[in-house]
Design a binder for this molecule. Structure first.
Ligand code: BGC
Length: 421
């Protein structure tokens, strides 16, 4: 791919994190789920990861229950200034992070002023370093009380969430322009309500669909409320969009591909886009669909997998181009709010970044309106039900050694791209 990067002057370059994955010390539906499930997840590690090429390297960590407890995570809650110093030194001019709802509203209707001040400091620390804050308001985790009263399916979930959202907007409206209401609602509904491998562990396709529909509806309402309250704010959502293609042109593969694409790229995507100032694209996956039920693992997918990350996910930069072209049809600015790779040895990350950004550039040269790129992630972090072993960071975190930060070589290559662009 080309090494000749040219991007608009005001393009946002940075990395992304989410509160629960890096902060440490959270108490929410996830922390409770972790305590209840860590032993089981450790016992199942070989079944879940034994097939991966990295298994010998991760065995020790993945079979320990502590791997599955977010605990102190990266202690970013206390070390955010140091982390933002690193991000700045790597040339980033923006940073995407999320606000932890369970900190702000630990009890229903009671807002914690200290935590509100905390995020004000986080935002100020970014501004002081010349970095644009890009704020996500909900990245998977929920206050325990919210889930206990039914979560998103509760009758008054909308009023409750909007109250939180408007409070955040009111607090930070002078310092934050970009607001991402949700992170990946489809992923949330799939894992939590269909596969049942994340909280609240429901396995019901109808409930999962209801959650998706409800989330889309609440999202639309949030958008309208925010815009009514402060019209100049830029408001949107992030969703993971997979680049799908059929294995061949046989009708059953095409049909099956369309069905999976409809669900996986969010059946309510158009509703989200209608209520957004920007689209937040998270690109991780390519999927070549083949209806192949006699294969037990990946029975619907047959990717070539010439290059895979530590999790066995195919590295397929060209897919970035295709999804951008498809989303371009909506004529809204697109921020790539996540794109990254689990690569503990950092052998693939440099090419991963270069190639994906080259395809962003190609799509832009053909008219896609892309306004920013946030690499996932700034730091190694807590990868949900997989725990700490997958390493997505531009910066390594040494969990055995006082959470020491070590910048990976690929982070400097990303910096070169930013400087050249
Ligand atoms: C999520 C992140 C996650 C990343 C890597 C995204 O879908 O937003 O929270 O860590 O993917 O799996």
């Amino acid at each position: 791919m080309s090494d000749n990067f040219r991007f608009p002057k005001n393009f946002l370059w940075g990395a992304a994190t989410s509160a629960h994955q890096v902060e440490g010390g959270n108490h929410n539906d996830w922390s409770e789920w972790e305590s209840a499930n860590a032993e089981r997840l450790a016992a199942e590690a070989e079944k879940n990861f034994g097939h991966l090429a990295v298994w010998p390297m991760i065995r020790e960590q993945a079979t320990r229950p502590e791997n599955y407890i977010s605990g102190a995570a990266c202690d970013h809650y206390h070390r955010f200034r140091e982390d933002f110093d690193i991000a700045k030194s790597l040339g980033h001019n923006a940073h995407r992070f999320s606000i932890e709802w369970s900190r702000i509203e630990p009890e229903e209707g009671k807002f914690d002023e200290k935590e509100i001040e905390h995020y004000r400091e986080v935002i100020a620390a970014l501004r002081e370093r010349g970095m644009e804050p890009f704020v996500t308001l909900w990245h998977y985790t929920l206050p325990v009380w919210f889930l206990a009263r039914g979560g998103w399916l509760a009758g008054d979930a909308q009023e409750i969430f909007i109250r939180f959202v408007l409070r955040m907007v009111d607090e930070y409206k002078n310092d934050v322009t970009f607001w991402c209401i949700y992170n990946e609602p489809e992923t949330y509904a799939r894992h939590g309500y269909l596969q049942g491998n994340r909280p609240p562990e429901v396995k019901n396709i109808i409930t999962s669909y209801r959650v998706l529909r409800k989330l889309a509806h609440i999202y639309g309402e949030c958008y309208l409320h925010i815009k009514k309250s402060v019209p100049r704010l830029q408001v949107g959502f992030s969703e993971t969009i997979v680049y799908f293609e059929p294995y061949n042109q046989l009708p059953h593969n095409i049909l099956f591909m369309k069905l999976i694409k409809w669900w996986r790229n969010n059946p309510f995507l158009s509703l989200y886009i209608a209520h957004s100032d920007f689209i937040g694209l998270q690109y991780y996956f390519h999927s070549r669909i083949r209806f192949n039920p006699w294969k037990s693992r990946y029975w619907f997918q047959c990717n070539e997998n010439k290059s895979v990350n530590d999790l066995g996910w195919e590295v397929y930069p060209e897919g970035m181009y295709h999804v951008l072209k498809e989303l371009g049809a909506w004529k809204k600015p697109i921020f790539i709010t996540e794109n990254g790779i689990a690569d503990a040895r950092d052998t693939l990350r440099t090419d991963f970044i270069k190639n994906h950004i080259s395809f962003v550039q190609k799509a832009m040269s053909e008219g896609a309106d892309v306004a920013g790129y946030f690499h996932w992630s700034l730091l190694d972090n807590f990868e949900w039900n997989l725990g700490f072993w997958p390493r997505f960071g531009l910066v390594a975190v040494d969990y055995e050694n006082a959470l020491e930060r070590k910048i990976r070589p690929s982070a400097y290559e990303y910096k070169k791209i930013i400087e050249q662009a």
